[in-house]
Ligand binder design. Structure first.
Ligand SMILES: *[C@@H]1O[C@H](CO)[C@@H](O)[C@H](O)[C@H]1NC(C)=O
Ligand SMILES: *[C@@H]1O[C@H](CO)[C@@H](O)[C@H](O)[C@H]1NC(C)=O
Ligand SMILES: *[C@@H]1O[C@H](CO)[C@@H](O)[C@H](O)[C@H]1NC(C)=O
Ligand SMILES: *[C@@H]1O[C@H](CO)[C@@H](O)[C@H](O)[C@H]1NC(C)=O
Ligand SMILES: *[C@@H]1O[C@H](CO)[C@@H](O)[C@H](O)[C@H]1NC(C)=O
Ligand SMILES: *[C@@H]1O[C@H](CO)[C@@H](O)[C@H](O)[C@H]1NC(C)=O
Ligand SMILES: *[C@@H]1O[C@H](CO)[C@@H](O)[C@H](O)[C@H]1NC(C)=O
Ligand SMILES: *[C@@H]1O[C@H](CO)[C@@H](O)[C@H](O)[C@H]1NC(C)=O
Ligand SMILES: *[C@@H]1O[C@H](CO)[C@@H](O)[C@H](O)[C@H]1NC(C)=O
Ligand SMILES: *[C@@H]1O[C@H](CO)[C@@H](O)[C@H](O)[C@H]1NC(C)=O
Ligand SMILES: *[C@@H]1O[C@H](CO)[C@@H](O)[C@H](O)[C@H]1NC(C)=O
Ligand SMILES: *[C@@H]1O[C@H](CO)[C@@H](O)[C@H](O)[C@H]1NC(C)=O
Length: 594
């Protein structure tokens, strides 16, 4: 009991001492400028002045020291060729009442990089469309890396930038990488990177930047015509133009020409009416285009009416289409691999009907034998569709939490869907549409499709749900609303460093006011306070339990740490008074006990 009381008295006395130190006024020195940024090897001069009488003032520094002088109020720290990376310097003053105080000068010594170099990692020569490549940017011998930003550009477009958190002051080499997935539009693009030093308001303006040489990218891709069919009316001046821009350059073949004619252009007037198919081929693939050549002689239309004029049917579903005519005829019929209607003379309306359509590429047409003139026909466009068996989302080559700022690849697998020409795969984060992909293949049977998405999650994405959806938009004749199948959500966990929204906070002591160091971070941080010895403690302290002063709290997780300073001030009534009172009361208590 006695010991406990003595402990209290001692603690109270100590807290009074702390509050006295905390209440001291500022050092009566002014630095001009208050912070300097100097090129390595450059010169620097900073004034230190005072308006009070003193017993001496000087500059302490490993270079350019100014020894203590008594009869001056302005002294200058000056170095003409600064060759120290981690220089610390301060101006000090011995005031009349024999206390010394000092003001530190923050000095930033910088060096622009010797070189900035861009290269491709593990790859030479042309890139293939849709594949992933890694670019690398090497920045040599730059300081301090804390103020460095490495930026990636394609042409004039900023793609990405990286900052560094190391606080090392001497020059370092930095390597940053960028994943790219070039497409045909990127053939001939120039990638480059740039190192920028943003040294703050006191630093050089504009910011020193050094750029790499441009890296010219050649992309190989398959031929792809913008239109897969084109109707041509014969004319001396009209050409069947199969030319397609592609790398490497393609060869061309025409189905009606026996020899390999590599011309991409044919004259329409040299051909008889009909269908002509041209195929452009390069080392990566091929693409065909159909030209329908019609004669100029304006032929009368075929007197048949289809209702509806186009059909969209689920695979295995039923379909019925009427074909009617208002003219006299020698016979009318439906030709089809399923549900054909034999020629009849007695009717003006016949129906093509299939109750369970199980052919992907069915091409029915209705024909009529006119009394005068030849047979003519009208084709019925049929689209047979199938919704996917499954839509599945996954992460490529990765498991577990993602790191903030790094790049990851998501994959969406759509199984067994047809026809992919009408398929759109959409990517969502929560309710936000991120990206969508459509397909140009005109294959009619079911296909599996895999699409990928590159993401670079940040702290706001922790807990986000990514998902993909396969939508079949089959046009006005198709089902409404569109058939949509969605994947399960992929829950993303993001690891990120603690970062307080403000680095200092001033607190007026009060029973209800807390020093709250709590900060969002993943994994959850541990907290330490500079005045407490424990390895981890509560993020929240009650201000009334502390004496005025500065308290630094540090939040730490596996990725990094961040500190926050709380400046605790006493309320209007001077704490000294209360402390003295407490000491007094406790002393009386002690005496009574004794
Ligand atoms: C407390 O922090 C403030 C702001 O950083 C500073 O101005 C003050 O000098 C510090 N006081 C002590 C006692 O360290
Ligand atoms: C230092 O000099 C400047 C300009 O001469 C003056 O405004 C300032 O008050 C001086 N500072 C001190 C602490 O004397
Ligand atoms: C400061 O005082 C010293 C010694 O009293 C004298 O040698 C020096 O010239 C004085 N300097 C100035 C700037 O008055
Ligand atoms: C400081 O001391 C000097 C001489 O010791 C005296 O002339 C001066 O008045 C004192 N100044 C202050 C502010 O105490
Ligand atoms: C000593 O001098 C400084 C500057 O003049 C003043 O702020 C401080 O209160 C003085 N301290 C004492 C103990 O007199
Ligand atoms: C990187 O540094 C630049 C320049 O200092 C700044 O504008 C940008 O916000 C920083 N980016 C990140 C992610 O910290
Ligand atoms: C940076 O790279 C250069 C050349 O590769 C090397 O000579 C130098 O030692 C490296 N510097 C550091 C700090 O690693
Ligand atoms: C880097 O840029 C600075 C200015 O932005 C320039 O003075 C320096 O010569 C450049 N360094 C190289 C290696 O080009
Ligand atoms: C391709 O088709 C679109 C729409 O059907 C048409 O507007 C465009 O002119 C066509 N392009 C060519 C090169 O035939
Ligand atoms: C293709 O055209 C080039 C010139 O355009 C010609 O040299 C070559 O012999 C042609 N090849 C064929 C197979 O016609
Ligand atoms: C290819 O076709 C063009 C146009 O029809 C013709 O002028 C040319 O002679 C043909 N070339 C060969 C090698 O057949
Ligand atoms: C689609 O994937 C399934 C399962 O992996 C497989 O059985 C099927 O043959 C694939 N279909 C096509 C058209 O590749």
């Amino acid at each position: 009991m006695l010991q406990l009381l003595f402990g209290f008295v001692f603690l109270a006395a100590v807290s009074q001492l702390v509050s006295l130190t905390g209440a001291q006024s500022e050092c009566p020195l002014q630095l001009d400028p208050q912070r300097v940024v100097v090129r390595y090897g450059g010169s620097v001069a900073v004034n230190c002045n005072t308006s009070v009488l003193h017993k001496g003032m000087g500059w302490e520094a490993s270079e350019g020291r100014v020894s203590m002088t008594k009869n001056q109020s302005l002294i200058t720290w000056r170095v003409s060729n600064l060759r120290e990376w981690d220089i610390t310097t301060h101006c000090f003053i011995n005031s009349n009442n024999s206390t010394q105080c000092q003001v530190d000068l923050p000095v930033t010594v910088y060096k622009t990089p010797d070189s900035v170099f861009i290269s491709t990692v593990y790859h030479r020569g042309p890139m293939m469309e849709g594949q992933q490549y890694e670019l690398q940017c090497d920045v040599h011998n730059v300081a301090p890396v804390q103020y460095l930003t490495v930026k990636w550009y394609k042409g004039q477009t900023l793609l990405h930038q990286t900052n560094f958190t190391d606080t090392i002051k001497t020059p370092v080499n930095e390597t940053v990488t960028l994943l790219i997935r070039p497409d045909r539009a990127d053939d001939g693009a120039q990638y480059w990177c740039e190192a920028e030093l943003d040294l703050g308001a006191e630093g050089p303006q504009p910011h020193p930047t050094n750029s790499s040489k441009p890296l010219n990218v050649e992309v190989y891709y398959k031929p792809k015509h913008s239109n897969s069919t084109e109707t041509i009316i014969q004319d001396d001046k009209v050409m069947l133009d199969c030319t397609v821009k592609v790398n490497p350059a393609p060869t061309y073949t025409w189905d009606h020409l026996k020899e390999k004619n590599n011309s991409s252009v044919l004259k329409s007037s040299a051909l008889s009416p009909g269908k002509y198919t041209c195929t452009a081929t390069n080392t990566l693939g091929r693409d065909s285009k159909v030209f329908i050549v019609k004669s100029t002689g304006a032929q009368s239309e075929c007197p048949l009416q289809l209702d509806p004029q186009r059909v969209v049917v689920r695979y295995g579903g039923s379909v019925a289409v009427n074909c009617s005519t208002s003219v006299l005829h020698k016979g009318i019929g439906w030709e089809a691999s399923e549900g054909g209607v034999p020629m009849t003379q007695s009717q003006n309306l016949i129906t093509w009907r299939v109750s369970k359509l199980t052919e992907w590429d069915i091409q029915p047409y209705c024909y009529i034998n006119r009394i005068q003139g030849a047979q003519c026909q009208v084709e019925l466009p049929v689209t047979v569709y199938k919704t996917p068996d499954s839509v599945f989302i996954s992460t490529v080559n990765h498991r577990g939490p993602m790191m903030e700022g790094q790049q990851y690849e998501l994959q969406c697998d759509v199984h067994n869907v047809a026809p992919v020409q009408y398929l759109t795969v959409k990517w969502y984060k929560g309710q936000t549409l991120l990206h969508q992909t459509t397909f140009t293949d005109n294959i009619k049977t079911p296909e599996n499709k895999t699409v990928t998405l590159l993401i670079r999650p940040d702290r706001a994405d922790d807990g986000a749900q990514y998902w993909c959806a396969a939508e079949l938009d089959l046009g006005a004749e198709g089902p409404q609303p569109y058939r949509t199948n969605s994947s399960n959500p992929l829950n993303v966990e993001v690891y990120y460093k603690p970062k307080h929204s403000s680095s200092t906070e001033t607190i007026i002591q009060d029973d209800k006011v807390m020093l709250d160091c709590t900060v969002m971070a993943n994994p959850a941080p541990t907290y330490t306070w500079d005045h407490l010895k424990e390895k981890s403690s509560s993020p929240v302290l009650n201000s009334s339990a502390l004496s005025p002063g500065n308290y630094t709290c540090t939040a730490t997780n596996t990725l990094g740490r961040d500190s926050k300073v709380f400046i605790v001030k006493s309320i209007g009534i001077r704490p000294t008074f209360w402390t003295v009172l407490t000491v007094f009361q406790l002393s009386i208590a002690l005496i009574i006990v004794i």
